[in-house]
Structure formats: C-alpha cells, structure tokens
Design a protein around this ligand. Structure first.
Ligand SMILES: Cc1cc2nc3c(=O)[nH]c(=O)nc-3n(C[C@H](O)[C@H](O)[C@H](O)COP(=O)(O)OP(=O)(O)OC[C@H]3O[C@@H](n4cnc5c(N)ncnc54)[C@H](O)[C@@H]3O)c2cc1C
Ligand code: SF4
Ligand code: SF4
Length: 406
C-alpha cells in the first residue's frame, strides 16, 4: 500500500477533513488551511516542515489515526455496544432556557451545557465554532467567555467546512481552563494530542460533541444562495438550521432581503449531500472519545415536521455524567426519559449503516493501493465480520468507484 510521506499525501488520498490541527502545530507561516475550488478546507505546506513536525502531525491527524475512548476514561460500570461504543447513560435532554432551546440546532443541549460551564466557572471559556461575522457562510473558531459571545451569533450546526482546531495551540498558550465543543473527528485529534502535550488534559476540561453525518462542501452552500440570486458578499446571516427543530435554512442580506427553505431540501436526498470522502470512511462519527455526545431524535432518522427540540445524550465518561447531573441540578438542562440503544439505532440509521460498512470501505481503499486510517478500539472489524458477504462486497466496490472522484 502507498504510504503517507508528507502532508500532501494525506490530502491527495482523501484523508484530510480540514480540521486545522496541522496548521496549529506547524504555525500558519508553514502550513495554511484554505478553501479550495472544490469547496473544501485543505492545508498546504507554505514552507517545508521538518520530519519531526511531520511525524507529530502524522500521529495526531484524524486523517491518519482515530482511536476509541482512552482506556483510562472507561468506567467500570460502562455498557459497551458493538455499534455505539462505551456509554454510561442514554436519555432525552435539552436546554431549560426556552430561547436557547428554540434557537439552537436541536434542543440546545450543547449550548446549554456550555453556558452552565461558563456561569458555574468550571471553565473560563468555550472553544467552539461560529459563523464568521464578516462572511457568515464561512465558519470560524471562537473562544467565548460569556453568554453573549457564546450565543449572540450562529453557534448552531454549521454544515459547511470548518477548521475547529486551527487555533488549538493558541488556546493552550492562554493557560486557562476551557471546554471544547466540536465534531467527533476534532475530539479524536485532541485525544491524540493529549498523549504528547500534557497541557491538553490539564486545560481542556470537557470534550463535548455532536453525532455527525458529515458536512457539505462549500459549493453546496454557494448553490443555495445563488438559487436566490444572492452573492456571498451580500450576506448578513447564513443559517443551516435552528430557530425551531430542525428549523429552516435561512439567509438574510445586508439590505434586508430574506430567503429560506426547509431543512430537508438541503439534507433530504443522500446522493446530493456533497460530503467529503473522509466522512464516508469515518470510523467514528458518533463521538466515541467525547465526554458527552448529543444527537437528533427523529424516528427513522429524518424530521417529519417541526418540534420543540429534543436531543438525546450519549454520556460516555464519569466526567460527562457529573457534568450532566450538575448542569441539571443548577437548572440549565432538563434530563428527560431514559432511552435504550435500540432507540438510538432508530434515530440514527445512517450511522448504524456507516459503522457497519466502514471496515469494508477501508479494505476497498487498501485493495486500490490507497492508504487508510489507522484505527484502534472502534470495533469496525468485528462489525465487518457480522455483515453478509454481499454487503461487504458492495461497500468495497462502492468505495473503489468513489476513489476516482477524490
Ligand atoms: C457537520 C454536522 C453533521 C451532523 N450530523 C448529524 C447526524 O448525523 N446526526 C444527528 O443527530 N445530528 C447531526 N448533526 C446535528 C447535531 O447533532 C445537533 O446539532 C446535535 O443534536 C446537537 O444539538 P444541540 O441543539 O445540542 O446543539 P447546539 O446547542 O446548537 O450546539 C451546537 C454546537 O456545535 C458546534 N458546531 C456546529 N457546527 C460545527 C462544526 N461544523 N464543527 C465543529 N463544531 C460545530 C457549535 O459551535 C455549538 O457549540 C450534525 C451537525 C453538524 C454540524
Ligand atoms: S491535521 Fe486536520 S487539516 Fe491537517 S491534514 Fe490532518 S485532517 Fe487535514
Ligand atoms: S463524518 Fe467523521 S470525518 Fe466527517 S465531519 Fe463527521 S466526524 Fe468528521
């Protein structure tokens, strides 16, 4: 199999997700993440990086390595499900603040927990993703120190490309306690970095994530605004969802024109998603190494209409349970009915299918001489062995076809 010898190999083999951690490690003068004509955020080496720096990236990058929950975080009373991994508890949950619940992606569980962490002073700031105030169709990494910074803009599902880790070393250099909210691949990269940088576990107190079906390349958002004859520099608001659950895709221009479309028009038909290749081979899109993973709870996997916003929470660590209980006690979040793993399967059929398919997809890559992701403790080979031969063959073949489009 071709090996990965430089940063370009990660990108050219479709393994990069644009998280920005390599830029944070090497410094922006050496590696810069920027938007490509295909609508992806990808890093480029501006100045040659040393073999030491490249090795560091190779051992952390979520395009090359993804592992399950660190062994020391696995509680002795955890359940371990073959698809969903370790968990201590599953239940409905949402923010008790009606405004947060309404304006957030689902029920504002992640924003509600973030606000609790700030107001209880368990952390000094939240590192999360928001819209770029100047270019609202693009996302930026944000450090929020208070309610207004956290919730005053677009901290809700950003379904386009984002680089939530592009400032991670700057965050560590602040030497302040913080919580990180991001996608499962971002969390995985932070867990890897923690192995070589002791500041990570000292300062990054909580890792909160969303169950993630992948994001859409930037061209999909461009097509959305162009369908209303709006140009990017005319936008004042670009929102994928929220203000209801799921809420509508919504844009507003600086001169006050408003357009919207229902959520399903963007995410309805899977073949139109324009999700990057790395998402299709994602061995952990369910936040296995986070403290808490939040998800949508539509039966069958997609919304049939609007509702008040009901998250499910998969609580994976003791730290996650303590956080949830204290945030509920302080009145920031509501803990609803308990759920079973079969409910989570029903809410997320696309995740169940992907987890079962991923190992065959990796095999398909290897057979085409394409390097794949090094994984540990994610059970993907065990799941592969339980699949029918037909299913596995179809997935292997499917990935071979997709490789041509990277
Ligand atoms: C790319 C993507 C894919 C998704 N796929 C699924 C899925 O398969 N199944 C499912 O149930 N739900 C999916 N969601 C929706 C998400 O799971 C819900 O937002 C979740 O239920 C949390 O809801 P909430 O109301 O608690 O979030 P909120 O309280 O609105 O908080 C959302 C948090 O996520 C952060 N965030 C938003 N976008 C990004 C991003 N691109 N990168 C890093 N951080 C970000 C925000 O900064 C904020 O902190 C996806 C969201 C995204 C962004
Ligand atoms: S660290 Fe992130 S941005 Fe850099 S190559 Fe890996 S996935 Fe891409
Ligand atoms: S599907 Fe996986 S790789 Fe893609 S954004 Fe989600 S967690 Fe990251």
């Amino acid at each position: 199999m071709t090996s990965i010898n430089n940063l370009k190999d990660i990108v050219d083999n479709g393994l990069c997700i644009g998280c920005g951690l390599c830029q944070s490690i090497a410094g922006k003068k050496n590696i810069e993440v920027s938007m490509t004509p295909k609508g992806r955020l990808e890093p480029k080496e501006i100045n040659k990086i040393s073999p030491e720096v490249f090795n560091k990236i190779l051992n952390i990058c979520p395009g090359t390595i993804v592992e399950g929950l660190p062994k020391e975080e696995i509680a002795s009373n955890s359940e371990n499900n073959l698809v969903w991994g370790y968990y201590l508890s599953l239940f409905y949950s949402w923010s008790t603040d009606k405004k947060i619940r309404f304006e957030s992606s689902t029920g504002g569980l992640l924003n509600g927990l973030s606000l609790y962490l700030l107001e209880s002073k368990k952390v000094q700031f939240i590192m999360h993703t928001d819209a770029n105030p100047e270019k609202p169709m693009r996302s930026v990494t944000k450090f929020s120190y208070n309610n207004e910074e956290l919730l005053g803009n677009e901290s809700r599902s950003r379904y386009g490309p984002a680089s939530p880790l592009d400032r991670f070393h700057e965050t560590l250099d602040l030497n302040q306690a913080f919580a990180f909210v991001g996608k499962p691949c971002d969390i995985s990269a932070i867990r890897q970095l923690a192995k070589i940088d002791s500041r990570v576990n000292k300062l990054c107190k909580y890792l909160l994530t969303l169950v993630c079906g992948g994001f859409a390349e930037f061209t999909k958002s461009q097509d959305f605004i162009e369908s209303f004859k709006v140009k990017e520099d005319e936008l004042s608001i670009f929102r994928y969802r929220g203000y209801g659950n799921p809420g509508r895709m919504y844009i507003k221009t600086k001169d006050g024109r408003e357009h919207d479309r229902e959520y399903n028009s963007f995410w309805g038909e899977e073949s139109t998603w324009r999700v990057p290749f790395r998402c299709k081979i994602c061995p952990d899109a369910i936040g296995e190494s986070a403290d808490v993973a939040a998800l949508d709870t539509w039966r069958g996997g997609s919304p049939k209409g609007e509702d008040e916003g009901f998250n499910a929470a998969i609580v994976r660590t003791k730290k996650g349970i303590d956080l949830i209980n204290s945030a509920a006690k302080a009145g920031f979040i509501h803990i609803g009915d308990k759920l079973k793993i079969e409910d989570i399967d029903d809410f997320q059929p696309h995740q169940v299918n992907k987890k079962k398919a991923v190992y065959a997809r990796h095999l398909g890559m290897a057979k085409n001489n394409v390097p794949t992701i090094n994984t540990k403790r994610l059970r993907i080979k065990e799941l592969y062995k339980l699949n029918s031969e037909d299913f596995n063959k179809k997935e292997e073949l499917g990935v071979s076809k997709r490789l041509k489009k990277i």
